[in-house]
Design a binder for this molecule. Structure first.
Ligand code: NCD
Length: 306
């Protein structure tokens, strides 16, 4: 049985195959419309979400399957004190595959150890968000044509941003990538993530001003300052509008730089650039459905082989 906890659970070759499958789904959706007939996806979301949960649901419905689940901890038996390991034992009786989001780091991993069905980590605290990373990789590969030799700006909340942590893990496996880490001092990339970069000799620079990073980027990955991960409101208020990507800053960027954002956006990208062809964050959300379809098919296939 294969689960997906981190983007590293797939080898580079397996990832390539998954992204190829996602592109095929994009081009021939009708060929996949009945692939999951009779199958059920459980969505166990203990933390709010729009895109991730609904894109999983949309993915399963597009495949002809069905969906059941809950979208907050207080609408599940967690409110009565049930453990994640008990809940997943139960969901294993009701569904064929499960996508789980949890505010605690490691909760989906615990679930996977007690599950009889494949479990997908749909975001665990400030730790990992592998299906967002699959979405990001598919977006970059489809629109940029490659995943290697990229200069990538990561901007915003690099401390708590699980999307950033997962994306770094995935991209450093491709040759020639380097990072510009753009954040306020308080939200810098944690040391345990910098160790990952050092261990593989990946070049990176840390900077505070977004303007200073723009001139040679292939990609700019914007993130939101995450209110729910702050211990006090004052710090959040001080940092929430630290970065605003607007037309003036975009004028400094290369013609072919792509702007990605896992969304939701708050103020960090001005709506005035939404129509700039380099702004691809809404397309990125669409790629998220194709890649989740590919992931569901792939994990169900592995489960069948067991
Ligand atoms: C991200 C997340 O939940 O980590 N959103 C998402 O899944 N698309 C980023 C965020 O919430 O800021």
């Amino acid at each position: 049985m294969r689960h997906l906890m981190s983007p590293l659970d797939f080898s580079v070759e397996e990832l390539d195959k998954l992204l190829d499958l996602a592109n095929d789904i994009e081009n021939h959706p009708e060929q996949y419309a009945h692939k999951c007939e009779g199958k059920k996806l459980a969505v166990a979301f203990y933390e709010p979400s729009t895109r991730t949960r609904l894109s999983f649901e949309s993915a399963m419905l597009n495949l002809g399957g069905k969906v059941l689940g809950f979208s907050s901890a207080d609408s599940s038996s967690a409110a009565k004190g049930e453990s994640v390991s008990d809940t997943i034992r139960i969901l294993s009786c009701y569904a064929d595959i499960c996508a789980m989001r949890h505010p605690k780091e490691g909760a989906p991993l615990v679930a996977s150890q007690h599950a009889k069905i494949p479990v997908i980590n749909a975001g665990d605290g400030g730790h990992q968000h592998p299906t967002q990373t699959l979405t990001d990789l598919l977006t970059i590969r489809s629109l940029k044509g490659r995943l290697n030799h990229l200069t990538i700006g990561l901007c915003g909340d690099l401390k708590f941003g699980r999307t950033v942590h997962s994306l770094i893990h995935a991209l450093i496996r491709y040759p020639g990538v380097n990072f510009k880490l753009i954040s306020p001092d308080e939200l810098r990339l944690p040391d345990y993530m910098k160790d990952v970069l050092h261990a593989q000799n990946i070049p990176y620079t840390e900077m505070e001003r977004l303007e200073d990073a723009m001139d040679d980027l292939d990609l700019l990955y914007m993130t939101r300052v995450q209110r729910e991960r702050f211990f006090n409101e004052e710090d959040y208020v001080r940092m929430k509008d630290y970065y605003v990507l607007d037309k003036t800053k975009m004028a400094k960027a290369p013609e072919d730089m792509l702007v990605l954002h896992p969304l939701p956006r708050v103020n960090e990208i001005s709506t005035e650039i939404d129509n700039d062809p380099r702004a691809v964050y809404f397309k990125q959300a669409q790629y998220g459905v194709y890649v989740r379809m590919a992931l569901i098919l792939t994990l169900l296939e592995y489960a069948k082989e067991d």
